[in-house]
Design a protein around this ligand. Sequence first.
Ligand code: FUC
Length: 735
Amino acid sequence: MTKKPLVGSVLLASMIWAFAIQTQGAGVDSTLWYTQPARSWEKEALPIGNGRLGGMIFGGIQREQIQFNENTLWIGDEHDTGAYQAFGDLFIDLGEGTPAATDYRRELDLSRAVHTVTYTQNGIHYRREYFVSHPAQVMALRLTADKAGAYSGTVRVTDTHQGKVAAEGNRLTVTGTLAGYKYEPKGPDYSIALAYEAQVLVLHDSGTLKTADGKITFERANSLTILLNAGTDFLNERGRGWRGENPHGRVTAQLQAAATASPKKLLSEHLADYQRLYDRVTLKLGESANDLPTDQRLLKHSNGARDPGLEALVFQYGRYLMISSSRDALPANLQGLWNNSIRPPWRSDYHTDVNVQMNYWMVDQANVSECFLPYAKWLNSIREVRKAETQQAFKTRGWTMHAENGAFGGSTWEWVESGSAWCMQNVWDHYAFTGDKEYLRQLAYPMMKEVCEFWIDRLKALPDGSLVAPNGYSPEHGPREDGVSHDQQLIWDLFNNTIEAADALGLDREFRDGLAARRDHLLAPKIGKWGQLQEWMVDRDDPKDTHRHLSHLVAVHPGRQITPLTTPALAKAARVSLNARGDTSTGWSTAWKINLWARLHDGDRAYKLMGNLVRLTGDTRMNYNDGGGLYANLFDTHPPFQIDGNFGYTAGICEMLLQSHAGAIHLLPALPKAWPTGKVTGLRARGNVLVDLEWRDGKLVKASLHTGQDGTYKIRRGDQETELQLKRGKTIVLK
Ligand code: FUC
């Protein structure tokens, strides 16, 4: 069947658009680029996404493959974590047996969130540009060439599950359901099935287009615009059974709207939306050139070459990945939202014994605060499920979770009772950074209060009156016993933050005072026999233990119970413990160590750990001890790929340049010698202060502070502290 192109007339104009934009934007350190197509999904393909819909691009010359995801495609239920699911693949076949291509380049420009593939074949210059628009809610692929009629081939789509694939006119449609699971009697349960749908629209300029064998075939087209959208009937509301409308209407309408907008408009809207977030922070850590493909550049860095531009690129990549994976529906999971499997590593879920918390450390500091909301909303939506199970297991009010968690509040494996308190730290910090009282009142405080109730009911008094978490757990490091430091520190943090939250809102005086009394009776951190910060109440830490979890150091980072300035002896003990854990580990553990050393004001050591992270690896086998590193596509590895290391790294650089957890805004608290001269703009400090910093020869030369609220702020530079009055909307420059 031949169909007329839907919006043929606008396409010629958009051909010009495709060529016009190629020279813009791409600053020296904002592009990942390669001279060959990707073969490996995990190590080489490049991610794009709009915070809900995402794709991994291979960039093949004769066959383009785009593996796509939608972040609500989950199996599982309120009893089981389930797993995040791969959606499908889009293939564009551009003819077998055509002559070899030259001048091949594929690149991802972080400053525009556009992926580009260019090559020359038969004397024709081909260009493909891909992005996922948040305003339009579609993935847009634009294929152009500098000669008319250059495109002949097919477009097809596959479903990772057993759904139906249909082709009609210029549209491919995938529909299906993922069955739920029944426990009594055991088996699939279609009454709670999740409905999903993906659609692909192929718009061509000139030539012909027809549909056969479930594919769309085009011949001699000047250019193509391929639009993809996908969705499910997932609804982030327990009260409505986690299911909303069938996705068909939404997916169709969004595609239709995108198909009638000009490609130029689609792109300019995407850029305006994306750059509003991305452009808030710039970072320059020194001079370096981007004249080598990113994989080679990374390899050189692994071998000790100086490349501060690459270090900044990986920082910005964390911000790019956050904007691309956490804007709607659900938070960033263990792989952000990119997943090509129905059995992904660790279910690509929400691990709450460090991983999801680490994902969100950077979000406010690195000034992409909006991306926090999917996480807060998800936590809010699973509360009732968690309360029911918590009540049953612990006979308490409030709620907590096991280590692994799914979209619907199902939580499995080991109970990690401190998990919910740790999530509440992210929830509090979002307020501490933004000063958003409505968020605090509506979303944050009610959750924090409930988690406090869990601990109020659960804490037990030792004979000397000190309060301990009974039968607690230092994640993945056992044994279970009373007064484990990780629990104690997180409860301290939770109570302390909730007291400040109640004060900020002027609420619950009595409750707040009760928390203060309990906080002050919590069994405090202890220094053990080799000068270490004890991981357990009993002084049994082994100085040879290099376990990847650093659970007893949460008081140093991301907490604030221990700091070099307020509790120097404990900070020294934390240093002893951190040294003993060593510098070799998994990706996320290395990222955490960067943050910890920064909080201990040791910039050179933090930088050394950064070096361990920014090094090329090709290892994809699961490794709990001495893995880490980045793949060629700069995905951080456990291994395998796990995104918390990317986000944790970005947080680590923020902590090296600016801290604000200990009562003062501390400028350049952990600047390494490796970055003698540099500049950062747009970092956020607690109290809603935006900070620009410039330094030369290791010394701060200029700082600008801009706040969204009136207030008195303490500013720390080296050993000096000054008090400043900041006025809403005004910028103060310190020289
Ligand atoms: C925690 C860690 C593992 C891994 C997993 C996803 O259980 O201990 O190392 O990161 O999460």
